[in-house]
Ligand binder design. Structure first.
Ligand code: ADP
Ligand code: MG
Length: 253
């Protein structure tokens, strides 16, 4: 028997002026599943994530998380209930030390809900999380101002910020963009492990080879519409996907 999906997105639409950024998109995710969202620039990937996480309110459609309707709920409610996301344009508290950036999620309502006041040493937890995403523990990097970090580190800090919330679903919007090949290679095993630990993962990515090491299913957007869904092999075999997307991927390479 099929389990209840952890996330169900049904017929979600959002227009900005005359632009149908997301147009009737739906998909379902089982707990512990991994899903890639791919498509050319401007195809609606980030808007879809914004609709799921409450940063943009849909014109129509539904977002159901663990059987509960969270459509249009504010971001803080959605994150507290267990969906964390990173931003394509990584944001940090630039005038705070790197590890203090994680004190914020470690003191959040989500953390309070999960830990019931038993937080442990949150500075130590912050340093440990940074280590997990590849910051060197014994270097001075965790104590530098976040604003001074190179881009690849800022992206990894975004991932650590998500992990600090101990969410059920992690949504990563172009985590790999701006990372070096070796940074991506060092993050892949962590993403695989996060998924093995049972977390549900959604990744928007242009780097398909790396994406398909982590996810076993993908949806493809083009002009706000879902044009394909299936295993990596299935989606890249669809001619419309090749025309819409694979042509533009070579620009990034
Ligand atoms: N806040 C906004 N205001 C106006 N137009 C927007 C806004 N956000 C996204 N769009 C438009 O919606 C479309 C989809 O954008 P986006 O979701 O960012 O695509 P992707 O992440 O796939 O590159 C684009 O045409 C974009 O210009
Ligand atoms: Mg985007």
């Amino acid at each position: 028997m099929k389990q209840q999906p952890i996330l169900k997105v049904a017929d979600l639409s959002k227009s900005f002026g005359g632009v149908h950024a997301v147009n009737g998109v739906g998909f379902e995710l089982q707990p512990g599943e991994t899903l890639g969202i791919i498509g050319p620039n401007g195809s609606g990937k980030s808007t879809l994530i914004n609709l799921i996480t409450g940063f943009v309110k849909p014109d129509s459609g539904k977002v159901i998380f663990r059987g509960q309707d969270i459509t249009g709920a504010p971001p803080f409610k959605i994150v507290t209930s267990g969906i964390a996301r990173s931003f394509q344009m990584a944001r940090s508290f630039s005038s705070m030390p790197v590890y203090k950036n994680l004190i914020v999620p470690l003191y959040s309502a989500r953390a309070r809900k999960l830990k019931g006041g038993q937080y442990g040493d949150r500075d130590e937890t912050a340093i440990h999380l940074l280590e997990e995403v590849g910051f060197e523990r014994d270097s001075s990097v965790p104590y530098k101002l976040a604003g001074s970090l190179p881009h690849g580190y800022v992206k990894r800090l975004e991932l650590a910020r998500c992990l600090a919330l101990d969410p059920e679903i992690i949504i990563l919007d172009e985590l790999f963009s701006g990372m070096s090949m070796s940074e991506v290679a060092s993050i892949l095993p962590l993403l695989e492990r996060i998924n093995e630990e049972g977390k549900t993962l959604i990744m928007v990515e242009h780097r398909l080879r790396e994406l398909f090491r982590v996810v076993n299913r993908a949806i493809v957007l083009n002009f706000g519409t879902k044009i394909a869904e299936g295993t990596p092999e299935e989606v890249v075999a669809v001619q419309e996907v090749r025309d819409a997307y694979l042509g533009s991927e070579t620009e990034d390479a």
